[in-house]
Write a protein that binds this ligand. Sequence first.
Ligand SMILES: NC(=O)c1ccc[n+]([C@@H]2O[C@H](COP(=O)([O-])OP(=O)(O)OC[C@H]3O[C@@H](n4cnc5c(N)ncnc54)[C@H](OP(=O)(O)O)[C@@H]3O)[C@@H](O)[C@H]2O)c1
Length: 311
Amino acid sequence: MKAVIAQSYVPVDQLVVTDAAPPTPGPGQVLVRVEAAGLNPIDAILITGRLRQVMPVEHPFVPGMDAAGVVEAVGAGVTRFAPGDKVVAFTHDTTGTLAELTIVADGPGLVHRPESVDAVTGAALPVSGMTAAALLEASGLTAGRSVLIVGATGGIGSYLVQLASGAGAEVIATAQPSALDHVRKLGAAHAVDYTSVDPVAEARRLYPDGVDVVIDLVNGGPAVESTAAAVRPGGRLVSSIGVPDSLDRDVTPVHVGVENGIGRLEELVGKVASGELTVHVSGTYPLADAAQAYADFTGGKHPVGKVVITV
Ligand SMILES: NC(=O)c1ccc[n+]([C@@H]2O[C@H](COP(=O)([O-])OP(=O)(O)OC[C@H]3O[C@@H](n4cnc5c(N)ncnc54)[C@H](OP(=O)(O)O)[C@@H]3O)[C@@H](O)[C@H]2O)c1
């Protein structure tokens, strides 16, 4: 089978597409013929080895965790799926999805895909959608509450703005000037051009006592303390990147990862099928151009929503 392969830690533009041995599904596993695979920032971290001390990978390494396709074969004990089923998959730590075939565990990360959800749309959903759902839950947001979402135009943000505004929250969303309309259409009550306006100051102008929640998808570690300044006393600072153990103000820091949202994939696919959740794919690339896709995704081209590889 064809697969995108890194033989060692390399810059993303040095990925190659080559022949690889097809994987075989073991007990409790499903072999999926990939039709589309979504890109995520974690892929580039694993490809380059930027965090190899804490997140090492074995080489040759096939990147990608998100896929949509069709079941090719099932391993022993799998009864929920059969060859020919259309699926959406989060492979996590089985095999990479930028390949013609991938292995997925039979669990909450593998769900049936309705006819109305095409492969590109399905592949854009797992990591970003599940993380967005987990962030929303951790935020405690309910109708009438306010939230500043920093980094609202990317993979997670484009789902989170919809989920938060759908829950009745008043959303302030950051965006580049060209993406201000994007976040408004997704349901943001206020769109802030972060290239010319300080989002914290704007949130404080709109909510002088502070917003109930800040969800920061851009700043990790100590840098996130600056956005915590937009939160009212007693509120929450939620991040998918990392938070300090405590803050020097009465704000609760919460860190949420994709693992907190794996059980939400089926519900998310259902929301897409019903039209409740919109998937925005800014660009698709064929498998042969995966290196270029990652270079564009990570290299300041500012894609809005998701980037997807077609296989
Ligand atoms: N812990 C986990 O399990 C987990 C899971 C998923 C993601 N993550 C992490 O969460 C973060 C967000 O993920 P993602 O998939 O949404 O990434 P993404 O698709 O790259 O989106 C990030 C967005 O932030 C915007 N941005 C960049 N600099 C900004 C700034 N200074 N102010 C406001 N917005 C800015 C970017 O838009 P422009 O540059 O065009 O403005 C981009 O749209 C990443 O760091 C990712 O690694 C963690």
